[in-house]
Design a protein around this ligand. Structure first.
Ligand code: ADP
Length: 357
């Protein structure tokens, strides 16, 4: 197996089925974002709860409570923050934890907010500690202490802030220190999307992009989108290109499957990296258990790439399990790659058939 052209985590992170926005996504996503809660597809619970929070705030003529959104990249956290601002008829400022390295950076942003403004802080768990502490007070009392000067002569000048709504986003709410988590009035967890919801996302985006697609085509793309609207939209654009060049522009199931075969995204949304990891696990280690480092060497990838880029989706899909003894393939993995498990595995004696299958 030759994996030389995809050997670093960065390349892997930019793959077609990656959930983090790439440059092209950023350019087109603005046009695809739902503008209000009614247009936002799926996430029924979150939508219903948020609707109540926002309505109540509007009825009181107050600024909405701070909102924490947790969930994987590409599920609609930025979109929801923009919807919150739109529903409150408030302006929005967008920044991220890693962009705020010093408390002073945060003070500058906070002190320039308008009354009622929404501050979207993506990757809030990656903010620096001093900034985080400043945020506690800002969230609770709408006040910050700005430190002027250095050393013994430094003084803290209290600064009043206008009431604002902080919308924090994080991949996992558990990553936040409890004092920060507790200061949010409302916490919503975003789930991965089901196939029917993804089909709706795809039909909606196709309409906005002026792309012709039939229901079988949308279903085919949805099945390969890893439960993530951002990936669904990205795959739709690649399939559109294919349909324009190789066919008459209409996206059918056949066209979608053929297009995504070109990009090596299989029927379950696994790409070359994912399949490489699974294939090594099955063909070289008889389905495991095998240690992460050994597996990584076998696929010619960094340990981190296998663990952080490939494995989470394989685990989520029930194709691979992380056990104390190492990585193990599930029966679904054998079925997905069309391979038969060696007998040593089914007899359960734990012996590995290195040359199995
Ligand atoms: P996140 O901030 O969680 O990474 P985004 O809000 O940027 O995700 O969403 C990524 C893309 O997916 C957006 O362009 C948006 O068009 C689309 N999207 C996300 N959630 C939905 C949804 N519920 N309905 C329709 N489109 C969605």
């Amino acid at each position: 197996m030759n994996w030389d052209d995809t050997t670093d985590a960065e390349a892997a992170a930019e793959r077609l089925v990656g959930a983090v926005a790439d440059g092209e996504d950023q350019a087109v996503e603005a046009a695809l974002r739902p503008k209000d809660l009614g247009e936002f597809i799926g996430q029924e619970k979150v939508r219903e709860q948020l609707d109540l929070v926002l309505r109540a705030a509007r009825a009181r003529g107050a600024t909405a409570d701070h909102v924490l959104l947790s969930g994987a990249p590409g599920l609609g956290k930025t979109t929801l923050s923009m919807i919150i601002a739109a529903e409150m008829e408030a302006p929005i400022r967008i920044t991220s934890g890693p962009a705020i390295q010093h408390a002073g950076d945060l003070a500058a942003i906070l002190s320039s907010l308008q009354e009622g403004e929404v501050l979207f802080l993506d990757e809030i768990h990656r903010m620096s500690r001093p900034a985080e502490e400043m945020l506690y007070m800002a969230m609770e009392d709408f006040r910050v202490d700005v430190v002027v000067g250095k050393g013994p002569g430094a003084t803290a000048i209290p600064l009043e802030l206008p009431p604002f709504t902080l919308v924090g986003a994080t991949t996992r709410a558990g990553l936040l220190p409890p004092p920060l988590r507790d200061r949010f009035g409302f916490t919503a967890h975003m789930e991965f999307y089901g196939p029917a919801e993804l089909e709706r996302v795809i039909h909606r985006s196709a309409g906005l992009l002026d792309v012709e697609i039939d229901p079988t085509g949308a279903a085919e793309i949805a099945g390969r989108s890893r439960g993530t609207p951002r990936i669904a939209n990205r795959l739709l654009r690649r399939v559109r290109d294919y349909a324009q060049v190789k066919a008459d522009g209409l996206i059918t199931q056949e066209i979608a499957a053929a297009a995504l075969a070109v990009y090596e995204v299989d029927a379950r949304g696994l790409d070359r990296l994912d399949r490489g990891v699974l294939e090594a696990l099955l063909k070289l280690f008889g389905g495991g258990p095998v240690g992460l480092s050994t597996l990584a060497v076998a696929v010619g990838e960094e340990r981190e790439t296998v663990e952080e880029v490939a494995e989470p989706f394989l685990v989520r899909e029930g194709l691979l399990a992380r056990t104390p003894r190492g990585r193990v393939a599930t029966p679904a993995a054998w079925a997905h790659l069309g391979l038969t498990p060696p007998r040593s595995q089914s007899s359960g004696n734990g012996q590995q058939d290195l040359f199995g299958a």
